[in-house]
Design a protein around this ligand. Structure first.
Ligand SMILES: Cc1cc2nc3c(=O)[nH]c(=O)nc-3n(C[C@H](O)[C@H](O)[C@H](O)COP(=O)(O)OP(=O)(O)OC[C@H]3O[C@@H](n4cnc5c(N)ncnc54)[C@H](O)[C@@H]3O)c2cc1C
Ligand SMILES: Cc1ncc(C[n+]2csc(CCOP(=O)(O)OP(=O)(O)O)c2C)c(N)n1
Ligand SMILES: [Mg+2]
Length: 586
């Protein structure tokens, strides 16, 4: 029997190496679903409860594997639901293909049911965005979409009217200009190397300076060994943008950890005091945390030339793959005899880690989030894949997870959207069934897409989910107070019993509220491997996510918020000032 257009599409995806699609069926994609049903051995369909999750899963899958992530949604509402996850992929440069359905080809634009102009809607999010016009069009469009998403690290979109999914090639007269199939499912990730002269110039620039800070991001994943070698030669501290947390283990003597609000003071100081900056695979957006423009001479390595000079006025841009470029740069770098810049950063880091450790070892009720995350960090596998959500939980995860060599870490970085944590963890478990998949999420973000817990039950994915339950949209509460000096408003959350919820879905749920309950709860969670398990950790909602340095304006606004009737002012002031007092008094 001749293949349907939907079968042509799915077979072509298989040619592209796609073996999993995240999605939810609907009347606009019945033809595609049938093609998938018949090819279950070659391509797995993971059914979600909300299409937004499917897009997050495709994004997480792409981030964790480096392969193409694919999601599928029906016309109209299904396609609309995908959008947030697709923006997440766009903003974090993840290669994702979205396939959506549409109404019957001759009813498009007639206000027929679910007739939404999805191509128009996706114009901003997708770098390739096309509607299939018939069976003859399928192969070329699929090849374009896969190639563009992979090559340009972003979102490609194929929209497929439902009746056309049923066509065979003979149903669709090809145009007189189409000479048959002239495209191929062939693509290899290039290893870009800058010209020798440019690498020489970069080495010269760096060799002329004395205090280099290295900022690395997710583009440097897999280059930790080279960066450590470079750091050793140059006496340079390595600062990690959040998505680059796993580039280097947190206990490496060369790293000062993160940067920004959830970063460390030694990273902030290194940025302020360096006379040169080497950026490797990072597009960290917070420009106030870079050296002042002109204060440091800068070199940037990025495989995408369009991303060079975007966040800092660099003198030399090396458009190249991080690993290949570092391999060529390293031999040209002189070993510095003056080590004080790195040594100073290491001393500061020792102090920083001591303060953080003190914060993580408080036997209080309610539990401090740092205590919970610190305990989790100690018990997860050395090759665990850790997904965080958006909120103060991102903060506690970034600071509290001591990343090890071999672990992976991600979250929605530049879109910074809530609700990604659970879908990312599902994608990690699907992509790497032999590895532990851990999610650290807030109660707000988790609630948004918590139906996916049932997805994890359905596919028996042994996720380890830690919900930092503070009964509030914690991050925003602090922002309202600290950014604008306002009392919090609209941030309280109605508590949910997440342990019961987990059980009701067919998974396991545990709770810890007191320090002595943390270890048993984690042990129970880690021991259960027939499906997902939740630990609901009831944490102190008044624990402030303190930036490395509190600016006088922030302190002033915070004081104003308390004075202007912050409903929890007394408890907040007590928590913040008691902890500061304890730290000062040792
Ligand atoms: C609540 C919340 C708070 C946050 N706070 C912070 C914060 O305080 N600090 C912080 O750092 N982040 C924070 N983030 C994340 C932040 O918004 C950015 O997403 C993050 O800093 C970007 O990390 P990156 O530079 O590693 O990744 P990207 O922005 O994705 O940049 C990666 C770069 O690497 C390049 N690249 C990819 N592959 C290669 C390769 N093989 N070779 C060379 N180049 C390559 C890409 O082209 C790209 O330019 C926060 C997020 C949330 C949700
Ligand atoms: C989809 C979405 N809506 C709103 C926001 C704004 N926002 C950022 S963090 C946050 C609070 C998150 O609350 P929760 O998940 O409970 O985490 P917590 O901050 O309490 O750790 C909100 C509302 C967002 N980033 N994404
Ligand atoms: Mg919360």
């Amino acid at each position: 029997m001749a293949k349907t257009a939907a079968e042509l599409l799915v077979d072509r995806l298989i040619d592209w190496g796609v073996n999993v699609i995240f999605g939810l069926p609907g009347d606009g994609i019945n033809g595609i679903m049938e093609a998938l049903r018949q090819r279950q051995d070659a391509i797995r369909f993971i059914q979600v409860r909300h299409e937004e999750s499917a897009a997050f899963m495709a994004c997480g899958y792409a981030k964790y594997t480096g392969k193409l992530g694919v999601c599928l949604a029906t016309s109209g509402p299904g396609a609309i639901h995908l959008l947030n996850g697709l923006y997440d992929a766009k903003n974090d440069f993840a290669s994702v293909l979205a396939i959506t359905g549409h109404t019957y080809h001759d009813l498009i634009g007639t206000h027929y049911q679910q007739d939404v102009n999805v191509v128009g809607l996706y114009e901003d999010v997708a770098l390739y965005n096309n509607q299939i016009t018939g069976a003859q069009h399928v192969i070329a469009v699929t090849d374009m979409a896969c190639r563009r998403a992979l090559a340009e690290r972003g979102v490609a979109h194929i929209n497929f009217p439902v009746d056309l999914q049923e066509q065979t090639l003979s149903d669709d007269d090809k145009s007189m200009m189409k000479a048959g199939e002239h495209t191929s499912a062939v693509w290899t990730r290039p290893v870009l190397v800058p010209a020798d002269g440019e690498i020489d110039a970069a080495a010269q620039l760096l060799n002329q300076t004395e205090k280099t800070a290295i900022l690395c991001g997710q583009g440097a994943l897999g280059c930790g060994d080279l960066l450590e070698e470079l750091a050793e030669k140059m006496g340079a501290p390595v600062i990690k943008a959040l998505l680059g947390k796993a580039v280097m283990p947190d206990d490496s003597p060369y790293t000062t950890g993160g940067i920004g609000l959830l970063g460390t003071l030694p990273s902030e100081i290194a940025m302020e005091e360096c006379d040169s900056l080497l950026i490797v695979g990072s597009n960290m957006p917070y420009t106030t945390y870079y050296p002042k423009a002109g204060a440091a001479r800068a070199v940037q390595i990025d495989c995408n030339p369009a991303n060079i000079g975007w966040r800092y006025p660099v003198e030399i841009g090396l458009a190249g793959d991080a690993r290949a470029t570092l391999e060529r740069l390293l031999p040209l770098i002189n070993r510095r005899s003056k080590r004080s810049f790195l040594e100073h950063a290491q001393e500061q880091m020792k102090e920083w880690r001591e303060v953080e450790a003190t914060r993580a070892h408080r036997d209080t009720v309610p539990l401090k989030p740092q205590t919970v995350v610190g305990a989790l960090s100690n018990v997860i596998d050395d090759d665990a894949i850790i997904s965080a959500d958006c909120g103060t939980n991102t903060f506690w995860a970034a600071r509290g997870i001591d990343i090890k060599r071999g672990q992976k870490f991600s979250c929605s970085g530049t879109l910074a959207t809530m609700a990604c944590g659970l879908p990312y963890a599902i994608a990690a478990a699907v992509a790497f069934p032999e590895r532990q998949s851990v999610a650290i999420v807030g109660d707000g973000g988790f609630t948004m897409l918590m139906g996916e817990f049932a997805t994890a039950v359905k596919y028996k994915l042994p996720l380890k989910i830690v919900i930092l339950k503070n009964n509030s949209l914690g991050q925003i509460k602090w922002e309202q107070m600290v950014f604008l000096g306002n009392p919090e408003y609209g941030c309280e959350l109605e508590p949910i019993d997440f342990a019961k919820f987990a059980e009701a879905c067919g998974g396991r749920g545990f709770r810890c509220e007191r320090p002595e309950e943390i270890t048993p709860a984690f042990e129970s969670m880690l021991a259960y491997n027939d499906g997902p398990a939740i630990v609901e950790a009831v944490v102190d909602q008044f624990e402030p996510p303190l930036p490395p340095r509190i600016s006088p304006e922030q302190a002033l606004r915070f004081g104003e918020a308390l004075a202007r009737g912050e409903p929890n002012g007394g408890r907040i002031a007590l928590t913040v000032f008691r902890d500061k007092w304890n730290e000062i008094m040792g």
